[in-house]
Design a protein around this ligand. Structure first.
Ligand SMILES: Cc1cc2nc3c(=O)[nH]c(=O)nc-3n(C[C@H](O)[C@H](O)[C@H](O)COP(=O)(O)OP(=O)(O)OC[C@H]3O[C@@H](n4cnc5c(N)ncnc54)[C@H](O)[C@@H]3O)c2cc1C
Length: 398
């Protein structure tokens, strides 16, 4: 038995003892909202104590110091279970890796262990009402004070802000230079009295994300992630991590739009002998397997310290397109059952409703196509007419 096999067996045994097995008929906890936050925190702590949180992160920051092979083995085993770790997805997938890459030694020691231990939750504060795809047009400002910075402005679509302790925010620190250059990334305390969080209710009836308002929110000088004025580069690092986290999934029994779930739905309706359905299920299996293999390569390269560059965008795009494609297949398999609202279909119905959101979150499909076209395939660049104009001379509605 190799050390990876041993790790896998240990993970399986721990999950069997501590996690709920995946249950097709259970309601779908789309945003992690139906599990009490304290239970999520307890589970994340138990995961960390057992040596399965921060698998590839260095030991000195609370991680396990292991490789991509262990991470992949754990993820494959975990796919059969319901892990109530949703509130930690953003922190562990985006701000965490960004602090690991760009943060100061103090930031790494202060923020990474409590995140892995489930003590602190993070959100990502990028999008604004006038700055989504073109996030470099952001208008939230951070102005210098004697002790640090004062943040004012508004963010929107901030997932999980309602229960977050900290946020990674990008704000404009110099309006006199071109829009990509005058931005800085900060760590902001979401409990500061100047932070107001208002929920936004979506089509599923849940409120997974929020509007967040900043009124004279003070942050200390050592809250800067990376360098002052280099926030665009820090944002690119975070978006790269986000796209791998979202896109590089692969096959999981717990995915309501995955092959296992849809094959089961087809079987239950006697459609597994229909040649057209069988062909589409086979395509789903092939696309899911290919995406899983691509995701494993990206995880291995990231763990080995290689720059995956814009290929994370290709994974994110493929994952979002596959979810939309699988949502169509699910609707065709369910037919009229979809309208009847049976309780045992809640999981798949919620996933169908949520699939279009996946083509927007973390950058829309069009934006990913632009990135893949320009940076992976080497096609001509978007002219970017406002690229070199100082931000304060741009015609924006302010
Ligand atoms: C489920 C979900 C969770 C999210 N969570 C967060 C979060 O936690 N934190 C956060 O900061 N943000 C979050 N977002 C916001 C998300 O990042 C933005 O919605 C996204 O970047 C698009 O911005 P927008 O909504 O302003 O659309 P716009 O940028 O206004 O785009 C509108 C349309 O125009 C197209 N378009 C725009 N520019 C171009 C172009 N150059 N070429 C071709 N087409 C273009 C877009 O593809 C889209 O179809 C979340 C969004 C969703 C759906």
């Amino acid at each position: 038995m190799t050390s990876i096999d041993e790790f896998r067996a240990r993970a399986r045994a721990w999950l069997e003892q501590h996690a709920k097995p995946f249950d097709e008929a259970a309601g779908f906890d789309l945003e992690g909202g139906s599990v009490p936050l304290e239970e999520s925190k307890r589970f994340q702590k138990a995961l960390w104590e057992a040596g399965f949180a921060g698998i590839t992160w260095p030991k000195e920051y609370g991680g396990q110091g292991l490789g991509a092979a262990e991470l992949i083995a754990f993820n494959e085993e975990a796919a059969d279970f319901e892990l109530p770790t949703g509130p930690f997805t953003i922190g562990l997938g985006m701000p965490g890796p960004t602090i690991l890459e760009l943060g100061t030694e103090e930031q790494k020691r202060r923020y990474l262990p409590p995140l892995l231990r489930g003590d602190e939750i993070w959100c990502q504060l990028f999008s604004e009402p006038g700055a989504g795809s073109d996030v470099a047009s952001l208008q939230t400002t951070a102005t210098r004070t004697e002790t640090g910075w004062l943040i004012n402005g508004q963010k929107v679509w901030t997932s999980g802000a309602q229960f977050s302790d900290f946020g990674a925010i990008i704000a404009r620190t110099d309006p006199t230079v071109a829009k990509h250059r005058g931005i800085t990334m900060f760590i902001v305390d979401m409990r500061h009295p100047g932070v107001t969080v208002r929920p936004l209710v979506v089509a599923t009836g849940h409120a997974p994300f929020n509007e967040v308002f900043f009124d004279d929110v003070e942050v200390p000088a050592d809250a800067v992630i990376g360098e002052v004025g280099e926030g665009w580069g820090a944002a690119v690092v975070m978006l790269r991590n986000e796209r791998v986290t979202i896109g590089a999934g692969g096959r999981a029994r717990s995915n309501p739009l995955g092959f296992d779930s849809l094959a089961e739905l087809a079987r239950a309706r006697g459609l597994d002998t229909d040649p057209a359905v069988r062909r589409r299920l086979a395509v789903l299996y092939a696309r899911e397997s290919a995406l899983g293999a691509y995701g494993r390569v990206l995880h291995e390269e990231t763990t080995a310290g290689l720059q995956i560059g814009a290929r994370g965008s290709a994974a994110k795009l493929a994952g979002a397109e596959l979810a939309l494609w699988a949502a169509d297949l699910a609707q065709d398999i369910l037919g009229a059952d979809l309208a009847l609202g049976a309780a045992d279909l809640e999981r798949v119905v919620m996933a169908i409703v949520a699939a279009p959101g996946g083509a927007v979150a973390g950058g829309t499909n069009e934006i990913q196509r632009n990135i893949v076209g320009e940076r992976v395939l080497g096609l001509a660049k978007d002219p970017g007419v406002d690229r070199n104009t100082p931000f304060d001379q741009l015609k924006l509605s302010r």
